[in-house]
Write a protein that binds this ligand. Structure first.
Ligand code: CP3
Length: 351
């Protein structure tokens, strides 16, 4: 941990803060000219594997936006490679996993002994924490077992998750063994990021919203809980994020995560009340709202902050990552507005 008293870490513990911490998922990405310039010379994977470049991209975005956290530049799918699952990004298609996992034999072949080969991400975390000291906390991250399994089984992104759900329903033991292997690798990988100085770990379960709450509880919650428990042993607070999760929030909270990410489909206060006041929430501006004029963005942001009403435990973010064509000026103005409005509205001083 490098910034234990930061606004972000305090908010993760639902402690009072003088203003609402703000950062954005995908804050280092193609919407930024500086990132596109680096990407002209290096592939995404090259940036991830080169700690100096990954740290530079991470730092540039956080400093440019003046946000309250730097999320380490990496990708959700990096652990696949050390499990024996090569992948690449194809233009227009997104990630492609070269040999999707569909059978018991495929699952038993996956390795769980090489998480240390992802040490380049921890090395990048160490460079970023060295740069920021206690000024800006660093967020490490990993994928949740369901979302990673969905990529591994489908072979890439998916609309209906037919292969993933078919394996889950028809061979639940095999599906569970896959999730168990993913927990083993991602827990070690994320703990290494914490040892390198990460202050908080975010678990991305981006596609978990495709599940019914019964299926989530039966097939996914036990392994996700195991992951969260292991992450918390590392000492860092855990943010657990998914999209389309309005019906899953109560069950997601049972993982023991400190903070639950909310997407834009549910009013912030309503999502928070489904967690029965336990712990914090992160969110939840619609990333597409950033394509509108500033007044529209400002009004929607104010509404979210008013719904949070300065209750300890709110971290401002979008409901999902910043999209490639997003106007940069709106993103920068949004971070500034959250800082100013949440400090000025004064609600924080009463909490
Ligand atoms: O937030 C940040 O600034 C940190 C960087 C970050 C990246 N990926 C870099 C990246 C993070 C947190 C991720 C997580 C990630 N990766 C997720 C979970 C978050 C989410 O959006 O739900 C997922 C599902 C992935 C897998 C992945 N990586 C996809 C689906 C894509 C898009 C492919 C495409 O062609 O658009 C990527 C690529 C990727 N990872 C980019 C970035 C900045 C954009 C592409 C690029 O620079 O080439």
């Amino acid at each position: 941990m490098s910034a234990p008293d930061s606004l972000l870490v305090r908010a993760c513990k639902a402690l009072p803060v003088e203003r609402t911490p703000v950062w954005f998922m995908r804050q280092a990405g193609r919407y930024m000219a500086e990132y596109r310039a680096v990407r002209k010379k290096h592939s995404l994977i090259e940036i991830c594997r080169n700690p100096r470049l990954a740290a530079e991209v991470t730092i540039t975005a956080a400093e440019f936006l003046q946000v309250d956290a730097a999320i380490i530049f990496a990708d959700l799918l990096l652990p696949l490679e050390v499990m024996g699952l090569p992948f690449h990004f194809s233009a227009g298609e997104g990630p492609v996993i070269e040999r999707p996992v569909r059978s018991k034999e495929d699952v038993s072949r996956l390795r769980t002994d090489s998480a240390a080969d992802l040490g380049y991400v921890a090395d990048a975390v160490a460079l970023v924490t060295k740069h920021f000291g206690s000024k800006v906390p660093v967020i490490g991250f990993c994928g949740a077992p369901f979302t990673l399994a969905s990529y591994i089984i489908e072979g890439g992104g998916s609309r209906n998750y037919i292969h993933a759900k078919t394996l889950m329903y028809s061979q639940p033991d095999v599906f569970d063994e896959l999730l168990g292997k993913l927990v083993s690798v991602t827990a070690e990988y994320a703990a290494e990021q914490v040892r390198a100085g990460a202050d908080v770990i975010q678990v991305f379960d981006s596609w978990v919203g495709c599940l019914s709450v019964e299926d989530y509880r039966q097939y996914v919650l036990p392994r996700t809980t195991q992951l969260v428990r292991r992450l918390k042993e590392s000492g860092a607070p855990v943010i657990y994020f998914g999209t389309d999760t309005a019906t899953l929030l109560t069950a997601m909270k049972e993982t023991g995560a400190d903070v639950i990410g909310l997407d834009w489909r549910i009013p912030l206060n309503e999502g928070w009340s489904r967690l029965e006041g336990k712990g914090g929430v992160q969110g939840n501006l619609d990333p597409v709202a950033l394509f509108s004029d500033w007044e529209q963005v400002r009004r929607r942001t104010q509404e979210i902050l008013d719904r949070a009403a300065g209750r300890p435990g709110h971290i401002f973010n979008l409901g999902h990552g910043i999209m490639p064509e997003t106007p940069v000026a709106n993103v920068k103005a949004l971070a500034a507005y959250v800082r100013e409005y949440s400090a000025k509205s004064g609600v924080h001083s009463h909490s």
